[in-house]
Write a protein that binds this ligand. Structure first.
Ligand code: CU
Length: 150
């Protein structure tokens, strides 16, 4: 009887443990900010994404109530000309980080639903290849900002 109770307790604990692992955020998001450009120009979202887990996390999409469309982009420069292109996913390696920063990866935030005020925070929902999602809070910074802390 005691053994049976112990097994039941163990089963309950294990189930809880798995459920908890299932809802934990896939990534740690630090220094998340948006460069707000005037008028109808698209804004760009930047952040440091760290994966504390043992498995690669693949970011495949993002969305926000504040923008009609959010795309994953990468900037590159050749011959002094800066271009950007859409990327279909962004992999954050196990126990690794990926930096979204000016001149590199960014979230392209198109068509703000309302003008985004500098100093406000915007929630962006990240979606991963396994179907999980994670909300991250981005700080709106002025056009001349170079990072979240200036
Ligand atoms: Cu872009």
């Amino acid at each position: 009887m005691i053994t049976r109770l112990a097994l039941l307790a163990l089963a309950a604990w294990t189930t809880t443990g798995l459920a908890h692992a299932g809802v934990s955020a896939p990534l740690q998001v630090h220094d998340a900010w948006i460069r707000v450009l005037p008028g109808a120009l698209p804004n760009a979202g930047y952040a440091n994404l760290t994966n504390p887990g043992n498995h690669e996390v693949k970011l495949v999409a993002a969305r926000s109530n504040a923008y009609a469309k959010v795309m994953l982009h990468e900037s590159s420069e050749s011959g002094g000309i800066s271009r950007m292109h859409a990327v279909d996913h962004l992999s954050v390696p196990a126990h690794g980080s990926v930096r979204l920063a000016p001149g590199g990866y960014h979230l392209m935030l198109m068509h703000a639903v309302h003008p985004v005020k500098v100093g406000s925070r915007v929630t962006i929902t990240l979606r991963f290849a396994d179907g999980r999602t994670q909300d991250a809070s981005f700080l709106a910074r002025p056009a001349n900002a170079s990072g979240v802390n200036d």
